[in-house]
Design a protein around this ligand. Structure first.
Ligand SMILES: NC(=O)C1=CN([C@@H]2O[C@H](COP(=O)(O)OP(=O)(O)OC[C@H]3O[C@@H](n4cnc5c(N)ncnc54)[C@H](O)[C@@H]3O)[C@@H](O)[C@H]2O)C=CC1
Ligand SMILES: O=C(O)C1=N[C@H](C(=O)O)C[C@H](O)C1
Length: 233
């Protein structure tokens, strides 16, 4: 598979390593200042760029008939537009706030737990996410996906950063050193606390998941998720 990388930062470099180990070639590295890219050589584009850059990168790929795997977070207010564009162009698209297998299992566990806890009024939910100090967006895309999973299976209506009323899920964002990504969902009552936690030790899991998604989307048309790729539901 010939891969075009959009964003050649921490994730772009990790994806290059994993993709080459799996026998793929990197045919373009598009980053700030790249004048032009040859889309005709790309079987797939993998975008891990910035919240400001992702949407335009994705749309340009659809226009050039290149399937897109996007892991960039912080641009989701334009996700519906990107989906519409993909459908109009009969393209192929997967966005995931987190591509690691572990976190995608954690998403399933979170939904099951939310479903059980929704019957117990004495517990209040809250969330904490911890990332490295270079991260541009907060809360993390993964925390937002976790909050959406809880909202789907409970009476909570929204999420909010830091403080929250009883109808919204409070999310605390911490930025520390080089932390790859930690997410904790807690349910607290007057007498006890239940927590589920995912800790990424490094970025390899995210990169492997993105390359597996790129392999999976070959020959397909439509908008998919990691649930489709991993056959999770
Ligand atoms: N979905 C997932 O599994 C994961 C998502 N991420 C997300 O991926 C994104 C990138 O993360 P990192 O690699 O850690 O950040 P990074 O800051 O190391 O790399 C981003 C790169 O994008 C480049 N860039 C800026 N404008 C661009 C443009 N117009 N076109 C192409 N590239 C451009 C920057 O110069 C930089 O090299 C972030 O939004 C992060 O939250 C990170 C890890 C896992
Ligand atoms: O910026 C990061 O590093 C990460 N971003 C993603 C997110 O916002 O959830 C995924 C992972 O946690 C690492």
């Amino acid at each position: 598979m010939n891969i075009g990388l959009f964003g050649y930062g921490k994730m772009g470099k990790m994806i290059e390593q994993i993709a080459q180990q799996r026998g793929h070639s990197i045919v373009a590295k598009v980053d700030v200042g790249t004048k032009e890219a040859d889309y005709s050589k790309m079987d797939v584009a993998i975008d891990f760029s910035t919240p400001d850059a992702a949407y335009q990168n994705i749309i340009t790929c659809f226009e050039n008939k290149v399937p897109v795997i996007s892991g960039t977070t912080g641009w989701l207010e334009r996700y519906a537009e990107a989906v519409k564009h993909c459908q109009e162009k009969k393209g192929a698209f997967i966005y995931a706030s987190n591509f690691s297998l572990g976190v995608n299992l954690f998403f399933e566990l979170n939904e099951q737990l939310a479903s059980m806890m929704s019957k117990l009024e004495q517990y209040s939910v809250s969330m904490e996410e911890i990332h490295h100090t270079q991260k541009l967006d907060a809360p993390s895309g993964t925390a937002i996906t976790l909050a959406e999973g809880i909202i789907e299976h409970s009476s909570y209506k929204t999420w909010k950063s830091e403080t929250a009323d009883e109808k919204s899920i409070p999310i605390t964002s911490k930025r520390e050193g080089a932390v790859a990504g930690t997410h904790i969902v807690s349910y607290e009552s007057e007498v006890d606390k239940i927590e589920i936690k995912h800790v990424a030790h490094n970025r390899k899991g995210f990169a492997l998941g993105a390359v597996i998604a790129a392999e999976w989307i070959q020959g397909k048309t439509g908008v998919f998720s990691m649930k489709d790729v991993l056959n999770l539901s």
